[in-house]
Design a protein around this ligand. Sequence first.
Ligand code: SF4
Length: 398
Amino acid sequence: MDTQAIKHSIQHSGRYNRKGFESPTQRAKALGESYQSDLIASIRENDFTFEEGRLKIKLAKSFGFCWGVERAVAMAYETRRHYPNEDIWMTNEIIHNPSVNNHLSRMNVKIISAKNGIKDFSSVSTGDVVILPAFGATVQEMQLLHEKKCQIIDTTCPWVSKVWHTVEKHKKHTFTSIIHGKYKHEETLATRSFAGNYLVVFDLAEAEYVSNYIQGNGDKNKFMNKFAKACSDGFDPDIHLERIGVANQTTMLKSETEEIGKFFEKTMLAKYGPANINNHFLAFNTICDATEERQDAMFSLVNEDLDILVVIGGFNSSNTTHLQEIAITNNIESFHIDISDRISVENNSICHKPLESDLVLKKNFIPDGKIKVGITSGASTPDKIVADVIEKLVAITK
Ligand code: SF4
Protein backbone atom coordinates (compact mmCIF):
# COMPACT_ATOMS: atom_id res chain seq x y z
CA MET A 1 0.00 0.00 0.00
CA ASP A 2 1.39 3.42 -0.97
CA THR A 3 0.62 5.13 2.34
CA GLN A 4 2.45 8.32 1.30
CA ALA A 5 0.25 8.70 -1.79
CA ILE A 6 -2.92 8.08 0.22
CA LYS A 7 -1.90 10.64 2.84
CA HIS A 8 -1.02 13.16 0.12
CA SER A 9 -4.37 12.78 -1.61
CA ILE A 10 -6.28 13.18 1.70
CA GLN A 11 -4.27 16.22 2.74
CA HIS A 12 -4.88 17.95 -0.62
CA SER A 13 -8.57 17.07 -0.88
CA GLY A 14 -9.86 20.40 0.49
CA ARG A 15 -11.65 18.41 3.22
CA TYR A 16 -8.72 18.07 5.57
CA ASN A 17 -7.70 20.33 8.45
CA ARG A 18 -4.84 19.81 10.90
CA LYS A 19 -4.53 23.35 12.25
CA GLY A 20 -7.92 23.94 13.86
CA PHE A 21 -10.05 27.05 13.44
CA GLU A 22 -9.23 29.49 16.22
CA SER A 23 -6.33 31.69 17.31
CA PRO A 24 -3.96 30.55 20.10
CA THR A 25 -5.53 33.17 22.45
CA GLN A 26 -9.11 31.97 21.86
CA ARG A 27 -7.89 28.40 22.27
CA ALA A 28 -6.06 29.05 25.57
CA LYS A 29 -9.10 30.89 26.97
CA ALA A 30 -11.53 28.09 26.11
CA LEU A 31 -9.30 25.42 27.62
CA GLY A 32 -8.39 27.47 30.69
CA GLU A 33 -12.04 27.88 31.62
CA SER A 34 -12.66 24.16 31.47
CA TYR A 35 -9.53 22.59 32.81
CA GLN A 36 -7.05 24.85 34.60
CA SER A 37 -6.91 25.37 38.35
CA ASP A 38 -5.76 28.30 40.48
CA LEU A 39 -4.81 25.90 43.28
CA ILE A 40 -2.44 23.98 40.99
CA ALA A 41 -0.99 27.21 39.61
CA SER A 42 -0.18 28.35 43.16
CA ILE A 43 1.37 24.97 44.08
CA ARG A 44 3.55 25.18 40.97
CA GLU A 45 4.77 28.59 42.15
CA ASN A 46 5.48 27.17 45.62
CA ASP A 47 8.12 24.72 44.39
CA PHE A 48 5.40 22.11 43.68
CA THR A 49 4.72 21.81 47.43
CA PHE A 50 1.48 22.18 49.39
CA GLU A 51 1.10 21.95 53.16
CA GLU A 52 -1.98 22.08 55.32
CA GLY A 53 -2.17 20.69 58.85
CA ARG A 54 -0.68 17.21 58.95
CA LEU A 55 -0.75 16.87 55.15
CA LYS A 56 2.20 17.62 52.91
CA ILE A 57 1.88 17.16 49.17
CA LYS A 58 4.71 17.05 46.66
CA LEU A 59 3.67 17.35 43.05
CA ALA A 60 5.90 15.98 40.31
CA LYS A 61 7.73 18.83 38.58
CA SER A 62 6.21 17.83 35.28
CA PHE A 63 2.75 16.32 35.10
CA GLY A 64 -0.62 16.55 33.44
CA PHE A 65 -1.75 17.82 30.05
CA CYS A 66 1.03 17.75 27.46
CA TRP A 67 1.18 20.06 24.49
CA GLY A 68 -0.14 17.43 22.07
CA VAL A 69 -3.15 16.58 24.23
CA GLU A 70 -3.98 20.22 24.92
CA ARG A 71 -3.91 20.92 21.20
CA ALA A 72 -6.09 17.89 20.36
CA VAL A 73 -8.73 18.74 22.98
CA ALA A 74 -8.78 22.40 21.95
CA MET A 75 -9.19 21.42 18.27
CA ALA A 76 -12.08 19.09 19.15
CA TYR A 77 -13.92 21.86 21.01
CA GLU A 78 -13.37 24.42 18.29
CA THR A 79 -14.53 21.90 15.69
CA ARG A 80 -17.90 21.86 17.44
CA ARG A 81 -17.98 25.67 17.53
CA HIS A 82 -17.03 25.81 13.85
CA TYR A 83 -19.61 23.20 12.83
CA PRO A 84 -22.48 23.89 15.30
CA ASN A 85 -25.09 21.80 13.48
CA GLU A 86 -23.19 19.03 11.69
CA ASP A 87 -22.80 15.43 12.85
CA ILE A 88 -19.35 15.17 14.39
CA TRP A 89 -17.59 11.87 15.04
CA MET A 90 -14.31 10.75 16.55
CA THR A 91 -12.56 7.57 15.41
CA ASN A 92 -11.65 6.96 19.07
CA GLU A 93 -11.66 8.72 22.41
CA ILE A 94 -9.85 12.01 21.72
CA ILE A 95 -7.51 11.23 24.63
CA HIS A 96 -7.60 8.67 27.43
CA ASN A 97 -9.44 10.77 29.96
CA PRO A 98 -13.04 10.08 31.01
CA SER A 99 -13.92 13.66 32.01
CA VAL A 100 -12.72 15.14 28.70
CA ASN A 101 -14.52 12.44 26.74
CA ASN A 102 -17.74 12.97 28.72
CA HIS A 103 -17.48 16.69 28.09
CA LEU A 104 -17.24 16.07 24.34
CA SER A 105 -20.11 13.63 24.47
CA ARG A 106 -22.28 16.33 26.09
CA MET A 107 -21.39 18.53 23.09
CA ASN A 108 -22.78 15.72 20.91
CA VAL A 109 -19.39 14.72 19.52
CA LYS A 110 -19.82 10.98 19.11
CA ILE A 111 -17.32 8.11 19.05
CA ILE A 112 -17.63 5.67 16.17
CA SER A 113 -18.81 2.43 17.76
CA ALA A 114 -16.72 -0.73 17.68
CA LYS A 115 -17.43 -4.41 18.30
CA ASN A 116 -14.60 -6.83 19.08
CA GLY A 117 -12.13 -4.18 18.03
CA ILE A 118 -13.78 -3.61 14.62
CA LYS A 119 -15.23 -0.18 14.03
CA ASP A 120 -18.59 0.29 12.41
CA PHE A 121 -18.38 3.26 10.05
CA SER A 122 -21.91 2.73 8.69
CA SER A 123 -23.34 5.50 10.87
CA VAL A 124 -20.92 8.04 9.37
CA SER A 125 -22.57 9.73 6.39
CA THR A 126 -21.10 11.56 3.43
CA GLY A 127 -20.03 15.03 4.47
CA ASP A 128 -19.99 14.35 8.23
CA VAL A 129 -17.15 15.82 10.25
CA VAL A 130 -14.69 13.30 11.71
CA ILE A 131 -11.99 14.10 14.26
CA LEU A 132 -8.86 11.95 14.41
CA PRO A 133 -7.48 11.75 17.97
CA ALA A 134 -4.07 12.79 19.32
CA PHE A 135 -2.70 9.28 18.88
CA GLY A 136 -3.81 9.16 15.24
CA ALA A 137 -5.85 6.79 13.10
CA THR A 138 -4.91 4.01 10.74
CA VAL A 139 -4.31 4.82 7.10
CA GLN A 140 -7.20 2.50 6.18
CA GLU A 141 -9.58 4.50 8.38
CA MET A 142 -8.38 7.76 6.85
CA GLN A 143 -8.86 6.39 3.37
CA LEU A 144 -12.38 5.21 4.16
CA LEU A 145 -13.34 8.63 5.55
CA HIS A 146 -11.79 10.27 2.51
CA GLU A 147 -13.89 8.07 0.22
CA LYS A 148 -17.00 9.05 2.20
CA LYS A 149 -16.05 12.68 1.52
CA CYS A 150 -15.97 13.48 5.24
CA GLN A 151 -14.40 16.63 6.63
CA ILE A 152 -11.34 15.28 8.43
CA ILE A 153 -10.03 17.22 11.43
CA ASP A 154 -6.68 15.66 12.19
CA THR A 155 -5.43 16.28 15.75
CA THR A 156 -2.65 13.66 15.49
CA CYS A 157 0.23 14.83 17.66
CA PRO A 158 3.32 15.74 15.60
CA TRP A 159 5.34 13.39 17.82
CA VAL A 160 3.16 10.51 16.68
CA SER A 161 3.55 11.64 13.05
CA LYS A 162 7.31 11.54 13.62
CA VAL A 163 7.06 7.83 14.47
CA TRP A 164 5.07 7.27 11.28
CA HIS A 165 7.80 9.02 9.27
CA THR A 166 10.32 6.73 10.94
CA VAL A 167 8.54 3.54 9.95
CA GLU A 168 8.00 4.96 6.43
CA LYS A 169 11.79 5.41 6.25
CA HIS A 170 12.33 1.84 7.37
CA LYS A 171 9.90 0.68 4.69
CA LYS A 172 11.58 2.77 1.97
CA HIS A 173 14.98 1.27 2.77
CA THR A 174 13.56 -2.27 3.20
CA PHE A 175 14.22 -2.44 6.93
CA THR A 176 11.74 -4.19 9.21
CA SER A 177 10.34 -1.91 11.91
CA ILE A 178 10.67 -3.29 15.42
CA ILE A 179 8.04 -1.26 17.27
CA HIS A 180 8.34 -1.05 21.06
CA GLY A 181 4.71 -0.80 22.12
CA LYS A 182 1.47 -2.58 22.88
CA TYR A 183 0.29 -4.23 19.69
CA LYS A 184 -3.40 -3.40 20.40
CA HIS A 185 -2.89 0.22 21.48
CA GLU A 186 -4.57 2.69 19.09
CA GLU A 187 -1.34 4.57 18.45
CA THR A 188 0.54 1.38 17.62
CA LEU A 189 -2.31 0.18 15.39
CA ALA A 190 -1.93 3.44 13.44
CA THR A 191 1.87 3.11 13.31
CA ARG A 192 1.54 -0.49 12.08
CA SER A 193 -0.68 0.71 9.25
CA PHE A 194 2.09 2.99 7.95
CA ALA A 195 4.86 0.42 8.34
CA GLY A 196 6.04 -2.13 5.79
CA ASN A 197 7.25 -5.27 7.53
CA TYR A 198 7.02 -4.91 11.28
CA LEU A 199 7.17 -6.72 14.60
CA VAL A 200 5.78 -5.26 17.83
CA VAL A 201 7.71 -6.08 21.02
CA PHE A 202 6.16 -5.19 24.35
CA ASP A 203 9.19 -5.22 26.64
CA LEU A 204 12.83 -6.14 27.07
CA ALA A 205 11.97 -9.81 27.65
CA GLU A 206 10.31 -9.99 24.22
CA ALA A 207 13.24 -8.11 22.68
CA GLU A 208 15.59 -10.73 24.16
CA TYR A 209 13.44 -13.49 22.68
CA VAL A 210 13.71 -11.87 19.23
CA SER A 211 17.44 -11.31 19.69
CA ASN A 212 17.94 -14.99 20.50
CA TYR A 213 16.15 -15.88 17.30
CA ILE A 214 18.32 -13.49 15.29
CA GLN A 215 21.35 -15.25 16.74
CA GLY A 216 20.05 -18.59 15.50
CA ASN A 217 18.74 -19.93 18.82
CA GLY A 218 15.00 -20.01 18.17
CA ASP A 219 12.23 -22.19 16.86
CA LYS A 220 10.30 -20.65 13.97
CA ASN A 221 6.90 -22.12 14.86
CA LYS A 222 7.14 -21.01 18.47
CA PHE A 223 8.28 -17.58 17.34
CA MET A 224 5.34 -17.19 14.98
CA ASN A 225 2.87 -18.38 17.62
CA LYS A 226 4.22 -15.90 20.11
CA PHE A 227 4.05 -12.92 17.75
CA ALA A 228 1.09 -14.03 15.60
CA LYS A 229 -0.91 -10.88 16.41
CA ALA A 230 2.06 -8.56 16.55
CA CYS A 231 3.65 -8.81 13.11
CA SER A 232 2.94 -7.83 9.52
CA ASP A 233 1.19 -10.15 7.07
CA GLY A 234 3.60 -12.68 5.58
CA PHE A 235 6.22 -11.98 8.24
CA ASP A 236 9.09 -14.46 8.07
CA PRO A 237 11.62 -14.11 10.91
CA ASP A 238 14.32 -15.79 8.81
CA ILE A 239 14.01 -13.06 6.18
CA HIS A 240 12.58 -10.04 7.93
CA LEU A 241 14.97 -9.87 10.87
CA GLU A 242 18.07 -9.38 8.73
CA ARG A 243 17.63 -5.61 8.45
CA ILE A 244 15.85 -3.93 11.34
CA GLY A 245 15.07 -0.45 12.59
CA VAL A 246 13.59 0.49 15.96
CA ALA A 247 10.63 2.79 16.56
CA ASN A 248 8.27 3.08 19.50
CA GLN A 249 4.86 3.98 20.79
CA THR A 250 5.50 7.51 22.08
CA THR A 251 4.25 6.78 25.59
CA MET A 252 6.36 3.73 26.47
CA LEU A 253 8.85 3.77 29.28
CA LYS A 254 11.73 5.81 27.88
CA SER A 255 14.48 3.85 29.66
CA GLU A 256 13.08 0.58 28.29
CA THR A 257 12.85 1.89 24.72
CA GLU A 258 16.47 3.03 24.93
CA GLU A 259 17.55 -0.30 26.35
CA ILE A 260 15.71 -2.19 23.61
CA GLY A 261 17.33 0.02 20.92
CA LYS A 262 20.82 -0.58 22.33
CA PHE A 263 20.10 -4.26 22.78
CA PHE A 264 19.17 -4.75 19.11
CA GLU A 265 22.14 -2.68 17.99
CA LYS A 266 24.46 -4.99 19.97
CA THR A 267 22.71 -8.05 18.55
CA MET A 268 23.19 -6.86 14.97
CA LEU A 269 26.78 -5.79 15.68
CA ALA A 270 27.56 -9.24 17.04
CA LYS A 271 25.99 -10.94 14.03
CA TYR A 272 27.14 -8.72 11.16
CA GLY A 273 30.15 -6.81 12.55
CA PRO A 274 30.81 -3.05 12.78
CA ALA A 275 31.67 -2.68 9.08
CA ASN A 276 28.19 -3.85 8.05
CA ILE A 277 26.05 -2.48 10.87
CA ASN A 278 24.50 0.32 8.78
CA ASN A 279 23.14 -2.29 6.41
CA HIS A 280 21.41 -4.11 9.22
CA PHE A 281 20.38 -1.63 11.89
CA LEU A 282 18.73 1.81 11.95
CA ALA A 283 17.88 3.77 15.12
CA PHE A 284 15.83 6.93 15.52
CA ASN A 285 14.78 8.56 18.74
CA THR A 286 10.99 8.77 18.69
CA ILE A 287 10.32 9.18 22.41
CA CYS A 288 8.25 12.32 22.89
CA ASP A 289 9.52 15.15 25.11
CA ALA A 290 6.40 15.21 27.27
CA THR A 291 6.59 11.50 28.08
CA GLU A 292 10.27 11.83 28.86
CA GLU A 293 9.79 14.89 31.11
CA ARG A 294 6.94 13.29 33.07
CA GLN A 295 8.91 10.09 33.60
CA ASP A 296 12.05 12.01 34.67
CA ALA A 297 9.95 14.08 37.11
CA MET A 298 8.53 10.86 38.53
CA PHE A 299 12.03 9.43 39.04
CA SER A 300 12.81 12.57 41.13
CA LEU A 301 9.49 12.45 42.99
CA VAL A 302 10.05 8.89 44.24
CA ASN A 303 13.18 10.15 46.06
CA GLU A 304 11.13 12.59 48.17
CA ASP A 305 10.65 10.24 51.12
CA LEU A 306 6.93 9.84 50.43
CA ASP A 307 4.45 7.82 52.46
CA ILE A 308 2.14 7.19 49.52
CA LEU A 309 1.77 8.22 45.91
CA VAL A 310 -1.36 8.97 43.90
CA VAL A 311 -1.07 8.59 40.13
CA ILE A 312 -3.97 10.17 38.22
CA GLY A 313 -4.91 9.31 34.66
CA GLY A 314 -7.15 7.18 32.47
CA PHE A 315 -6.91 3.45 33.19
CA ASN A 316 -6.22 2.81 29.50
CA SER A 317 -3.59 5.55 29.35
CA SER A 318 -0.22 4.04 28.55
CA ASN A 319 1.87 6.97 29.80
CA THR A 320 0.01 6.99 33.15
CA THR A 321 0.50 3.26 33.62
CA HIS A 322 4.24 3.73 33.12
CA LEU A 323 4.28 6.41 35.85
CA GLN A 324 2.60 3.89 38.14
CA GLU A 325 5.26 1.29 37.23
CA ILE A 326 7.99 3.70 38.39
CA ALA A 327 6.27 4.02 41.78
CA ILE A 328 6.01 0.24 42.10
CA THR A 329 9.65 -0.32 41.11
CA ASN A 330 10.61 2.08 43.90
CA ASN A 331 8.47 0.21 46.46
CA ILE A 332 6.19 3.14 47.22
CA GLU A 333 2.58 2.35 48.02
CA SER A 334 0.79 3.92 45.09
CA PHE A 335 -2.79 4.30 43.91
CA HIS A 336 -3.76 4.75 40.26
CA ILE A 337 -7.11 6.52 39.91
CA ASP A 338 -8.76 8.16 36.92
CA ILE A 339 -11.14 10.65 38.60
CA SER A 340 -11.35 12.27 42.03
CA ASP A 341 -14.64 10.45 42.74
CA ARG A 342 -12.56 7.33 43.39
CA ILE A 343 -11.71 8.87 46.77
CA SER A 344 -14.34 8.89 49.52
CA VAL A 345 -13.74 11.55 52.16
CA GLU A 346 -16.38 10.09 54.50
CA ASN A 347 -14.81 6.61 54.51
CA ASN A 348 -11.16 7.64 54.02
CA SER A 349 -11.08 5.10 51.19
CA ILE A 350 -9.76 4.96 47.66
CA CYS A 351 -10.95 2.74 44.82
CA HIS A 352 -7.83 2.29 42.71
CA LYS A 353 -6.47 0.10 39.95
CA PRO A 354 -3.32 -1.90 40.65
CA LEU A 355 -1.31 -2.85 37.54
CA GLU A 356 -2.87 -5.68 35.50
CA SER A 357 -5.76 -5.97 37.97
CA ASP A 358 -9.35 -4.90 38.49
CA LEU A 359 -10.33 -2.04 40.78
CA VAL A 360 -9.58 -2.57 44.45
CA LEU A 361 -11.04 -0.70 47.43
CA LYS A 362 -8.53 0.36 50.08
CA LYS A 363 -9.99 1.57 53.36
CA ASN A 364 -8.17 4.02 55.66
CA PHE A 365 -5.66 4.75 52.94
CA ILE A 366 -4.58 7.94 54.72
CA PRO A 367 -3.08 6.88 58.06
CA ASP A 368 -3.16 8.98 61.24
CA GLY A 369 -0.39 11.47 61.94
CA LYS A 370 1.76 13.45 59.55
CA ILE A 371 1.65 12.24 55.99
CA LYS A 372 3.58 13.11 52.86
CA VAL A 373 1.78 12.32 49.61
CA GLY A 374 3.34 12.44 46.15
CA ILE A 375 1.04 13.20 43.23
CA THR A 376 1.53 12.99 39.51
CA SER A 377 -0.78 12.72 36.53
CA GLY A 378 -0.58 11.44 32.99
CA ALA A 379 -0.45 13.57 29.86
CA SER A 380 -4.25 13.34 29.39
CA THR A 381 -5.20 14.65 32.82
CA PRO A 382 -6.38 18.25 33.29
CA ASP A 383 -5.10 20.22 36.31
CA LYS A 384 -8.67 20.56 37.61
CA ILE A 385 -8.81 16.83 38.36
CA VAL A 386 -5.50 16.97 40.25
CA ALA A 387 -6.88 19.93 42.26
CA ASP A 388 -10.05 17.95 43.10
CA VAL A 389 -7.91 15.08 44.41
CA ILE A 390 -5.86 17.47 46.57
CA GLU A 391 -9.03 19.01 48.01
CA LYS A 392 -10.25 15.56 49.00
CA LEU A 393 -6.94 14.74 50.69
CA VAL A 394 -7.19 18.01 52.61
CA ALA A 395 -10.71 17.14 53.72
CA ILE A 396 -9.65 13.67 54.91
CA THR A 397 -6.70 14.98 56.93
CA LYS A 398 -8.63 17.83 58.57
S1 SF4 B 1 2.24 12.30 25.15
FE1 SF4 B 1 3.69 13.04 23.59
S2 SF4 B 1 3.04 12.02 21.70
FE2 SF4 B 1 1.33 11.86 23.14
S3 SF4 B 1 0.07 13.64 22.69
FE3 SF4 B 1 1.46 14.26 24.35
S4 SF4 B 1 3.20 15.22 23.28
FE4 SF4 B 1 2.06 14.03 21.76
